[in-house]
Ligand binder design. Structure first.
Ligand SMILES: [Mn+2]
Length: 267
């Protein structure tokens, strides 16, 4: 039994399958954890959803911003972005099953030794707060009220966590932290604009969410994706797995038990 965690697939299913062959993944006793953004710019977004869904209990996924965007498109709230290759999903015979399955995936997944989410854990949260905030949003996403949530989730405000946040403000902060965050300001406000690698920013007010000095320490390693410009990141307590396969980089997979990385260059 081995646990494999992979970064953003974004429809790059061929690279994923090559990695699974490399590691001799066996769905009857191994687990594949996927750090979100299953779909978007890559050529096989529809096939990726089908492939991961049929893995059933042997796959654990969390939602990324592109996955949530797909749900927004399905409701007519947004249109398919020009560069996304997701249109085929909306004319597929199994569209409803796939989207319903996607909507029932969490924002945070937990292993005995690590947690996985798409962008990261808010530097203002301990693990208990992260868990309960994730659950609040997941419950709505899985309810008949999910249209309301998706329709109202698009805004960068509030950009700072307060325990007393309520309703959509609270859910929006939660969604933005788990699925969109990269840099924070020194006071822990989330910046939603900058996508550069940390060593290229000339704004000394911004720092990666995981480097914020006031960040609450967590007792588990955080595995995340979303930030291709990091080109992977390993510090011991945070491991970034997005190495930009869809941008011509590579797909990175970590075997948790022996901490071995497997890298498949983009085809
Ligand atoms: Mn993302």
């Amino acid at each position: 039994m081995a646990t494999y965690i992979v970064g953003d697939i974004q429809g790059c299913l061929d690279e994923l399958k090559l990695l699974l062959t490399t590691v001799q993944f066996n769905p009857s006793h191994d687990q594949l954890w996927i750090a979100g953004d299953l779909v978007a710019r890559g050529p096989k977004s529809l096939q990726t959803l089908r492939f991961v869904k049929q893995l059933g209990e042997s796959a654990r996924i969390v939602l990324g911003n592109h996955d949530l965007h797909l749900l927004a498109v399905s409701l007519g709230i947004h249109r398919v972005k020009e560069k996304d290759q997701t249109a085929a999903i909306f004319s597929a015979a199994d569209k409803d099953e796939l989207l319903t399955w996607l909507r029932h995936q969490p924002l945070l997944a937990e292993h005995d030794e690590f947690v996985m989410c798409h962008a990261g854990i808010s530097p203002q949260w301990d693990l208990a707060t992260a868990r309960s905030c994730a659950q609040e949003v997941e419950q709505i996403l899985q309810s008949d009220n999910w249209h309301w949530l998706i329709k109202n989730m698009y805004s960068n405000q509030p950009d700072q966590w307060l325990d007393q946040l309520q309703g959509i403000d609270r859910y929006r902060y939660t969604i933005n932290a788990f699925t969109r965050m990269r840099f924070c300001f020194a006071d822990a406000r989330l910046d939603m604009e900058c996508k550069l690698p940390p060593n290229e920013i000339d704004n000394d007010q911004l720092m990666p969410w995981f480097d914020l000095p006031s960040r609450i320490a967590l007792d588990k390693t955080v595995l995340f994706g979303h930030w291709a410009a990091l080109e992977g990141h390993t510090s011991g307590t945070e491991i970034g797995l997005d190495t930009g396969c869809v941008w011509g980089g590579s797909l990175t997979m970590l075997r948790w038990e022996d901490k071995q990385f497997f890298v498949q260059p983009a085809l």
